[in-house]
Ligand binder design. Structure first.
Ligand code: BG6
Ligand code: MG
Length: 224
């Protein structure tokens, strides 16, 4: 295991609640009802795809220009929330796990669908914590396409099967699998069944044991 690739939203910080509030406001403006359950479908998918899903829920169709304006408006509201983020909102266990990887000489990368990833990392004080950051601005194809994960590994000169991915969304788990990388699902087993290992989060786990398990997982896949 030479590299750990982290998704951002839902793995490092819980931004889903802010995405929800901003999408809900946009949906209300358009007369569409939008629930937390609907919000689950937006996890891990791009901003444009999220808007398409919201419009589908309301049975609405919009022109390209209108879509761009609506996505922009939602993002303005979302950024208002993100601007208030502090390091306090980094999810439990993340910082100690990053430190453990560092002492073990394992590189770290961030790979997020979000175009706001640089801003979020800055607000959390994590801007220089990853050797490479691949975000929604750096890839042509969003998850479940493997482009972002492959790009992160390539930039660090690591073979895909020597990288382990941490993901909370089904689109991200699928992307990691398509990249040929072992993947740890962060969250509930029912939504992440395809992951190689599932954890509720980085807090409340023995992180040394976890790391040993991951090394074994990488080894087992390489020997297949
Ligand atoms: C992902 C989130 O990380 O980023 C999605 O899980 C979101 O819900 C996507 O739609 C794009 O984010 P942004 O910040 O570019 O609108
Ligand atoms: Mg995520």
């Amino acid at each position: 295991m030479k590299l750990a690739i982290f998704d951002l939203d839902g793995v490092i910080v819980d931004t889903a609640k802010y995405h929800f509030l901003a999408w809900k406001r946009l949906a209300a403006m358009l007369g569409i009802s939008f629930t937390e359950e609907d919000n689950e479908r937006l996890k891990g998918v791009s901003r444009v795809r999220s808007l398409e899903i919201v419009l589908e829920l309301g049975g609405l169709e919009k022109s390209q220009t209108e879509m761009e304006e609506l996505a922009q408006l939602k993002n303005t509201w979302y950024v208002d929330y993100i601007n208030q983020l502090t390091a306090e909102e980094i999810l439990p266990g993340v910082l100690s796990f990053l430190r453990l990887l560092d002492t073990e000489g394992i590189k770290t990368a961030l790979c997020s669908a979000s175009k706001n990833a640089p801003l979020i990392l800055n607000k959390l004080g994590l801007a220089s914590s990853f050797a490479v950051v691949v975000d929604g601005n750096s890839v042509k194809k969003a998850k479940p396409d493997p482009e972002g994960f492959l790009l992160a590994a390539e930039r660090l000169g690591v073979e895909p099967q020597q990288a382990v991915v941490f993901e909370d969304a089904t689109a991200g788990v699928e992307a990691a699998k398509r990249a040929g990388m072992p993947v740890v699902g962060i969250g509930e087993p029912d939504t992440l069944a395809d992951a190689d290992l599932i954890l509720p989060g980085f807090g409340d786990v023995n992180q040394r044991e976890l790391l040993e398990k991951l090394k074994q997982l990488v080894q087992a896949k390489i020997s297949l």
